[in-house]
Design a binder for this molecule. Structure first.
Ligand code: PMP
Ligand code: GLN
Length: 378
């Protein structure tokens, strides 16, 4: 066959998790918790199955879940989304992202992404015949130079993809970024795809700037979220998409043929669990503690600890330790020291390698202790 994605291999997450398993390393590479989700939530899923909710959910998602998502979104961001026409439950954020890009990108449309970028954006754009325009951001602060973004915009620019809190750099968009973005798109026919899967993982008392907060951005935005992140259950693959009705109408045309609907018992359980805002309001404290604990431990290592304002990732620079390629060091770290990390070069389309590794700190304290014990030997 003629490959539709000739440059694309197997994802770095699959590769590093497999290597970690093979050599028995502590896996801080792929982002997922090594502790259980809440017993109450698991009980609710079991109950939903026993109660017979095992057949197709409605195509856009269970209404009770969409209603709870609408309540949560209004409470947190002041935005009113109509559950009937503006909220769709998806098989994780990944499906929401792919669906949004398929629904909205035409051949030759240009899409601006910021690199390092989460790995699922560019392949979807290319599959639709779109053109990826990337702007590389530099460590340690990875700030967006908005004047550079402006230079990338022309009459083919169809979409800008944003991700805050950001994977892998752990940066967040500031109010200044929002103002720059608003000014930039104001008189343009440009959509925003906003990947907000780490919306609750923002630290140091700072607020998350969801696109939903800003009406002029909200009306051109598709926002994606993930219950896998929020409820420590990445294997459930349940997320959702928020968009104004004119965009959601197109989104659902694809969604209905991609998955039709998402697993029913989890939706029943999450709809119930989401009623209690404490199930997500405590997340910043919960993860900030882990972040601080891990960073404190790393202070005894030779790695340079980069800033972490949000997400459950901590990046480090190893320029003072080695001049190896980051992918080589990630493999060596896994095999020789027993800790798996993600080489950040995997998030660039070019061969950019700033000698940065990413660790996931959504782990039990014992796991972080053991990992730090090994990392200080590097
Ligand atoms: N976007 C970002 C930035 C992510 O880190 C992830 C990964 N976990 C996803 C999307 C995909 O989320 P999900 O597991 O819900 O598909
Ligand atoms: N989002 C997770 C990460 O960045 C990985 C998810 C996946 O493996 N697709 O580690």
């Amino acid at each position: 066959v003629i490959s539709k994605l000739p440059q694309t291999g197997t994802t770095i997450f699959t590769t590093m998790s497999a290597l970690a398993a093979e050599v028995g390393a502590i896996n801080l590479s792929q982002g997922f918790p090594d502790y259980e989700s809440s017993p109450e939530l698991i009980e609710l899923v079991t109950k939903a199955m026993k109660d017979g909710y095992n057949q197709y959910a409605p195509m856009p998602g269970l209404m009770s879940l969409r209603e709870q998502i609408a309540i949560k979104t209004e409470k947190l961001y002041g935005a009113v989304y109509n559950p009937d026409t503006e909220i769709t439950v998806t098989a994780g954020a990944t499906q929401a992202i792919f669906t949004a890009i398929s629904a909205l990108i035409h051949p030759n449309d240009e899409v601006i992404i910021f690199e390092p970028a989460y790995d699922c954006y560019a392949p979807a754009i290319k599959l639709m015949g779109g053109v990826v325009k990337s702007l590389e951001l530099d460590p340690p602060n990875y700030r967006i130079a908005w004047d550079m973004v402006k230079r990338l915009i022309n009459n083919k620019t169809r979409m800008i993809i944003l991700n805050s809190p950001h994977n892998p750099t752990a940066t967040i968009l500031s109010k200044e970024d929002i103002d720059e973005l608003s000014a930039l798109v104001k008189h343009q026919d440009i959509l925003i795809l906003s990947d907000e899967v780490y919306e609750h993982l923002v630290y140091d008392g700072v607020q998350h700037h969801s696109m939903a907060r800003y009406p002029e951005l909200q009306q051109r935005s598709v926002i994606v979220a993930s219950f896998g992140k929020t409820y420590h259950a990445t294997g459930w693959k349940v997320g959702y998409c928020l968009a104004p009705a004119y965009l959601m109408q197109e989104f659902r045309k694809i969604h209905q043929f991609l998955v039709f609907s998402v697993n029913a018992p989890m939706q029943h359980a999450i709809a119930e669990y989401l009623k209690d805002e404490n199930t997500y309001l405590g997340l910043p404290d919960f993860f900030q503690q882990k972040r601080d604990y891990f960073r404190e431990g790393l202070k005894n290592s030779r790695f340079k600890i980069l800033p972490c304002a949000g997400s459950y990732f901590q990046s480090v620079s190893y320029s003072a330790i080695s001049d190896e390629k980051d992918s080589d060091l990630a493999i060596r770290l896994t095999k020789e020291f027993g800790v798996a990390a993600i080489p950040v070069s995997a998030f660039y389309r070019k061969a950019t390698d700033n000698h940065v590794l990413r660790f996931c700190f959504a782990k039990r304290q014992e796991t972080l202790d053991k990992a730090v014990e090994r990392l200080i030997k590097v």
